[in-house]
Design a protein around this ligand. Structure first.
Ligand SMILES: [Zn+2]
Ligand SMILES: [Zn+2]
Length: 230
């Protein structure tokens, strides 16, 4: 068997490509053109390589380059955002400015909203709440509590430890299946009148009954319109 001999590859030319173009950039107050990529949103990526057996390769392993453009690592679309709080530039690596001012402002805004929500809520006593709702939501610790007997003392305990305890009623959602959609999907491969010949109402009754039995799907959401007082 003959040994395969490598065919020498010769680089016959080096081309240098120069690009001149103009970009229009409409910026908001908080935006500046990225200095790294000069607003192009692109930067030059090196893709160096060498050729086995090449004389030059002995000196520098990868003497050749096939440069191309890649996305700028500092910005999105050639634009950097300034932090609205301290004015420093926010790079791609930081979702938010490390100064933390925006975060603090957001927390303050959330707390303000939380207080306002509590003040505006209709209030009912805890005993009444357990009669009406299977589940209550304690906003301060972001927890849902379910059993009245089990949680009576527990909630009182929290009241001692957490000032301004905010407990809310909840709304409940369960699995829901629409007969019309089920039939439509199932008839899609059948003759064109198949859907119209189906008893949608009949299936809906069966589905409703089935859904009702799937108690494990019950999902609770805070009802901020009803507050619970101890
Ligand atoms: Zn850039
Ligand atoms: Zn900042």
């Amino acid at each position: 068997m003959k040994e395969a001999t490598a065919i020498p590859v010769v680089r016959t030319e080096t081309r240098r490509i120069k690009m001149v173009f103009e970009l229009k950039k409409d910026l908001t107050e908080d935006e500046v053109v990225c200095g790294h990529c000069r607003g192009t949103g692109l930067e030059i990526a090196d893709n160096v390589y060498g050729i086995q057996g090449d004389a030059i390769s002995a000196k520098t392993r990868f003497p050749y380059n096939n440069q191309s453009l890649t996305v700028c690592e500092y910005c999105y679309g050639g634009v950097l955002k300034k932090c609205p709080s301290c004015g420093s530039l926010i790079g791609k690596k930081n979702y938010e400015c490390p100064c933390g001012i925006s975060d603090k402002k957001r927390t303050e805004a959330y707390e303000k909203k939380s207080i306002q929500r509590w003040e505006e809520a209709k209030k009912i006593p805890l005993k009444e709440a357990w009669e009406k709702y299977k589940c209550l939501y304690i906003e301060n610790i972001d927890e849902f509590v379910f059993d009245a007997d089990e949680n009576e003392y527990w909630i009182e305990d929290y009241e001692l430890n957490i000032p301004d305890l905010k407990i809310y009623a909840t709304t409940k959602e369960m699995i829901n299946l629409d007969a019309g959609s089920v039939i439509e999907f199932t008839c899609s491969e059948l003759h064109e009148d198949a859907y119209d010949r189906c008893d949608i109402e009949g299936l809906q009754k069966i589905l409703d009954k089935w859904c009702e039995e799937q108690t494990g799907t019950a999902t609770y959401f805070p009802d901020y319109s009803v507050g619970v007082i101890l």
